[in-house]
Design a protein around this ligand. Sequence first.
Ligand SMILES: C[S@@+](CC[C@H](N)C(=O)[O-])C[C@H]1O[C@@H](n2cnc3c(N)ncnc32)[C@H](O)[C@@H]1O
Length: 156
Amino acid sequence: MRVHLCAVGRLRAGPERALTDDYLDRFARQGRALALGPASEHEVEDKKGGGMEAEAALLTRAIPAGALICTLDERGQVLSSPDFAAMLAKWRDGGRQDAAFVIGGADGIHPDLRARADASLSFGRMVWPHMLVRVMLAEQLYRAATILAGGPYHRV
Ligand SMILES: C[S@@+](CC[C@H](N)C(=O)[O-])C[C@H]1O[C@@H](n2cnc3c(N)ncnc32)[C@H](O)[C@@H]1O
């Protein structure tokens, strides 16, 4: 199952870019034997100030047809890392080719796009900057792959 990170905003060169690249590389390597990944990033930007609605249209275009959709949202479900790994494995085993993780912009994700999602994942009730959410998601994807592979990275 291919993984897509569909995000509002560009991660420019800097610590968040370096960390995201590192974790997504590790995820690609670890996930290969698990039929998970690689993960690709799709960054969208609405330069006309169209707000959440315009961003939702761009995000919808970035999500591959037929993909399972997981929004990143502080109002979403808080999962343990093993539970997140189990969700990924279930999605992979369900036979869909693509899973899209959607990260919103400053105003969040439009309610219509949130309503279409198959899952909504929260990294706690605090609001994080979208760049950090991308880093954390990349790390959790890598961690999930190590959990599914039975590797030593994740310790309970
Ligand atoms: C700066 S936040 C915008 C928050 C916005 N006020 C809202 O109502 O969603 C940008 C994006 O980061 C992600 N995000 C921020 N905090 C999060 C959290 N605790 N859990 C999951 N995703 C989060 C969401 O995708 C959000 O759309």
